[in-house]
Every structure is written in structure tokens, then in C-alpha cells.
Design a protein around this ligand. Structure first.
Ligand SMILES: Nc1ncnc2c1ncn2[C@@H]1O[C@H](COP(=O)(O)OP(=O)(O)O)[C@@H](O)[C@H]1O
Ligand SMILES: [Mg+2]
Length: 258
């Protein structure tokens, strides 16, 4: 076996897939003007790191169970001037994950809460943080089921492993006494340990209507808000953007609409 074949095999064994695949062409390209060995290794290892980062992010994105894949670059900040773009990009530095701080997106339906939560989640996967996305309703069903099957502790520990847990749509459905208790337990375990991102259409003052009683609602809010950024979005729904634009156009040209 030639040394070249041995090298290819070593790269395969070490799972350095990118270096393995780019090596033949790379060697061909540098034949005429070979760079210093350090520069060669630097180039090859940089490409390998890039490749592995993308692969890790793809795996983490699959595990995160996002409802869609949208990024911050896909978000039209001009459409939603109530959002401070700098604040969102500051959150995208992911300092909040290291600080174990939370983010709460509050606003009506369609204003981009889930989009921004997912975008920050995707950004986090690029830095190899584990993320899990779940609606509040599905989360409570999961916790309820685990409790019935005597594996609540295990489930809570599992849910506490994610560096970011995104709990979507708090407030769309009321939560009963048992569900409220379970939800509190989860938030309490993550409090100060891991970051949680919340989206809600309910102002915090109305959370006592969502959870079983005001005491539980306050206990949950207390822990979520202690280390947190609250992003309040007050604009129009993006879902009806086209309808509004259509109406505006009709208005401008003097058309009627019902
Ligand atoms: N400012 C925006 N720029 C681009 N797309 C947006 C914007 N706001 C919302 N969307 C899109 O509109 C849809 C509804 O947004 P979503 O984040 O689900 O709203 P919410 O969670 O606040 O109800 C999604 O497809 C989302 O990607
Ligand atoms: Mg949403």
C-alpha cells in the first residue's frame, strides 16, 4: 500500500471526511506552486472544521424538531418596527445561553414570535448547543404522560439537558391544575441552569387565567423573568401582510373592497 493510500485510509478512519474528499484535487492544484506544509495543513483542517460544524448543526436541527427552518436573515425587520433589531442580533451572539438567561417573546398572533425563536434556535445549533422546540400544550401532555407512567423524574431530567428549550404558544390553551404544577416543576429545574425561550400571546398580567391559579402563574413568571430579555412585539400580523398590501394598493388606485 502506498503512503498516499495509507494517508487516505487514515483520514477515513479518523472520520475526517472533508479532508479525505478534497485531498486528491487539493494536491493536484498545489503541484505547480506547493505552499508550506503548515499552510497546507491549516487549509485542510479549516475546511474539515467547517464541514463538521455544518454537519453537527444539521443533526442538532433535526433533533430540535423545529416547525419550520427560518433564520434571522429571513426576518423582515422593516415590517415590524416595534422590534429592536440590534437587541435581537445581540441575543444572536448567544451570550444568553452562557448566562442561562431566558427570552420571552410577547405579542399577538402572526407578529413573528415563533420565527424569531426558531431563528435563535438555529443560530444556537451552529454553535453546537442542543435545542428542543415544543408547544406548551404538547409539553404538558408529555409531562402528564410521563407522570402517569412513573417516569416524570427521568423526563424532567431529559428536558433539562437541552441548552435551549423553546416553549411555543403559552396562553393559547388554558392549563389545568396538574399541568400547571408539572410546568412549574420543569421551569423550576431549568431556572438558573439552562435557557428557555417562551412565546406567548398573553400579557403576563393575564397568565393567572392561563395557569391554574395566580400563585402558580406568579411562581412560573418569577423564575422565567428573573434572568431574562422580554421582547414585546406590537405590530401587525405578517400572515395578513399580503391582504393589507392588497387593500392599500386598492385604496391608492381608488378601488373598492369589502
Ligand atoms: N417580520 C417578518 N419577516 C418575515 N417573515 C415573517 C415576519 N413575521 C412573521 N413572519 C412569517 O409569518 C409567519 C407567521 O409568523 P410566526 O413567527 O409564526 O408568528 P407568531 O408566532 O407570532 O404567531 C411565519 O411564516 C413567519 O416566518
Ligand atoms: Mg407562533
Amino acid at each position: 500500500m502506498s503512503n498516499y493510500t495509507k494517508l487516505l485510509k487514515n483520514l477515513e478512519d479518523l472520520k475526517l471526511d472533508k479532508m479525505r474528499s478534497m485531498l486528491p484535487e487539493y494536491l493536484e492544484n498545489i503541484k505547480k506552486n506547493p505552499p508550506h506544509i503548515i499552510d497546507c495543513l491549516l487549509k485542510l483542517t479549516e475546511e474539515e472544521i467547517k464541514h463538521q460544524t455544518v454537519r453537527a448543526s444539521e443533526t442538532l436541527i433535526r433533533a430540535a424538531a423545529f416547525p419550520f427552518k427560518k433564520t434571522l436573515e429571513d426576518f423582515d425587520f422593516d415590517f415590524q418596527p416595534s422590534i429592536n433589531k440590534d437587541e435581537i442580533y445581540d441575543l444572536a451572539t448567544l451570550r444568553f445561553v452562557e448566562d442561562k438567561s431566558n427570552i420571552l417573546f410577547v405579542g399577538n398572533s402572526g407578529v413573528g414570535k415563533t420565527h424569531l425563536a426558531v431563528a435563535l434556535g438555529i443560530k444556537a445549533t451552529e454553535h453546537r448547543y442542543s435545542v428542543y422546540f415544543i408547544t406548551c400544550h404538547a409539553l404538558i401532555m408529555k409531562l402528564n404522560k410521563a407522570q402517569k407512567e412513573n417516569r416524570l423524574d427521568k423526563m424532567l431530567r431529559h428536558m433539562c439537558q437541552y441548552r435551549i428549550l423553546i416553549i411555543d404558544e403559552i396562553g393559547y390553551l388554558p392549563v389545568d391544575k396538574e399541568g400547571s404544577n408539572l410546568f412549574f416543576q420543569l421551569i423550576n429545574i431549568r431556572y438558573g441552569n439552562k435557557s428557555t425561550i417562551i412565546t406567548t400571546n398573553m400579557p403576563f398580567s393575564k397568565w393567572s387565567d392561563v395557569f391554574y391559579d395566580a400563585t402558580l402563574a406568579n411562581a412560573v413568571l418569577d423564575r422565567l423573568l428573573h434572568y431574562s430579555s422580554v421582547i414585546r412585539i406590537t405590530g401587525n400580523s405578517y400572515r395578513i401582510k399580503d391582504k393589507v398590501e392588497e387593500q392599500d394598493t386598492k385604496k391608492k388606485i381608488g378601488g373598492n373592497y369589502v
